[in-house]
Design a protein around this ligand. Structure first.
Ligand code: XIL
Length: 383
């Protein structure tokens, strides 16, 4: 690592391009303004990472590495509904505000993550129902698939105990989207409005939103988001949609349907949680991205990590394979003009949602850059 960093390398290239282009541009002063192609062609994709507030607060090395290497951040957990609306109608922005203030005061952009998701929900949202009236609260219930009619009766009973009226839940969802987006208008320019809407088979996942509002919860969330902050870019974000299969087909169908019906949507986030045992190659990922950009949408890699547990491959090999995975994704994003950001889900193995042994990020637990770091960096040096 030479210390210039991913972000530094990109700006150095931009300066270089500017110096090359400037005399040409001056010579053409009288001509109508032309786009400065060489700069454009060398523009590196902004790079981001998920961060944790506790680590930002307490760990200088963590903070400095972030500041040196990245253009933007995503709060790993602080902007999820569980954190922002712990009690119904009561918002707690303290932790998320701290993350946003840190980013803004250091000139970094913020990806908003996430408004409407089936996970990281406050308990009051899931257990609202008949028992709530007498002060009892049921924990979230995940029903196993039981044969009919037992399954049906059980399902209806739990729905009765934990269910919502459509209009009530719709109002809760809209209020959440509106309140959070207005709070951050001007500070957060991209939002994962809907996270992980797809099931593996290509249908909509059975989240509380889908179950009690209906499939149009997605339309409603996106329309509410656009009205709340018309300048923000609105994303749908999902995992396991990088390679061909029913889930990707389902997401493409959903995106096309939304675009066709003029429901506001600006981009698709490919989470890209992957592993050395199987990851999409560059051509596959590029094809996937183009299925969305063809619809007029942006795409981003939003949460990349590449788990490399030692049980899968030997130590030297795993770092090389991991570098291949990261390099392939970075090159694909670099090749697609409408791939507007490349975000990893953390940057050091010391602070990662993956187990320590997975070693999934660009820097190891002692902040040494891995081969994957160089692979990403060289991919983005060439746009
Ligand atoms: C994860 C966080 O990294 C963990 O700290 C937390 O316990 C669970 O959520 N897809 C997403 C992210 O959209 O929000 C998830 O983040 C990882 C999978």
């Amino acid at each position: 690592m030479d210390g210039r960093g991913l972000a530094g390398g990109a700006s150095a290239l931009a300066v270089l391009a500017f110096l090359v282009v400037l005399p040409v541009a001056q010579a053409q002063k009288k001509a109508p303004a032309l786009p400065l192609r060489p700069i454009d062609a060398l523009r590196a994709v902004p790079q981001g990472t998920a961060v944790r507030l506790a680590a930002l607060r307490n760990d200088t090395r963590y903070r400095d590495t972030f500041l040196r290497e990245f253009d933007s951040l995503t709060a790993e957990n602080e902007m999820k509904m569980q954190a922002l609306q712990p009690r119904r109608g009561h918002f707690d922005f303290a932790a998320a505000d701290e993350v946003v203030r840190f980013a803004r005061s250091n000139g970094k952009a913020v990806r908003g993550h996430t408004l409407v998701w089936g996970q990281a929900l406050p308990l009051w949202l899931i257990d609202h129902g008949a028992l709530d009236k007498v002060g009892l609260r049921l924990p979230p219930i995940n029903l196993p698939a039981l044969p009919s009619p037992i399954g049906k009766i059980l399902g209806q009973t739990t729905t009765l105990l934990t269910g919502w009226r459509r209009d009530d839940l719709l109002a809760v969802m809209k209020d959440h989207v509106r309140t959070v987006m207005r709070h951050y208008a001007g500070d957060v320019a991209e939002w994962d409005v809907v996270n992980e809407p797809m099931a593996e088979n290509g249908n909509l996942a059975r989240t509380v939103w889908r179950r009690f509002i209906g499939p149009d919860y997605i339309d409603e969330a996106l329309r509410t988001a656009r009205a709340a902050d018309p300048r923000a870019k609105l994303f749908i974000n999902d995992f396991d949609v990088e390679s061909p299969g029913p889930k990707l087909d389902g997401l493409v169908r959903l995106a096309r349907d939304l675009v066709t019906r003029d429901v506001p949507l600006d981009g698709i986030g490919l989470q890209t949680h992957t592993h050395v045992g199987g990851f999409p190659d560059e051509a596959t990922l590029e094809r996937t991205m183009r299925r969305f950009t063809r619809l007029g949408l942006d795409v981003q890699i939003t949460e990349m990590d590449v788990a490399a547990p030692l049980v899968d491959v030997a130590r030297p090999e795993r770092q090389q394979r991991q570098a291949l995975a990261y390099g392939a994704a970075a090159r694909a994003c670099n090749a697609v003009r409408k791939c507007t950001r490349f975000t990893t889900w953390g940057f050091t193995d010391a602070v990662s949602w993956l187990s320590a042994g997975a070693s999934g990020l660009l820097f190891d637990a002692t902040y040494r850059a891995k081969p994957a770091y160089a692979a990403v960096r060289s991919a983005f040096a060439r746009r």
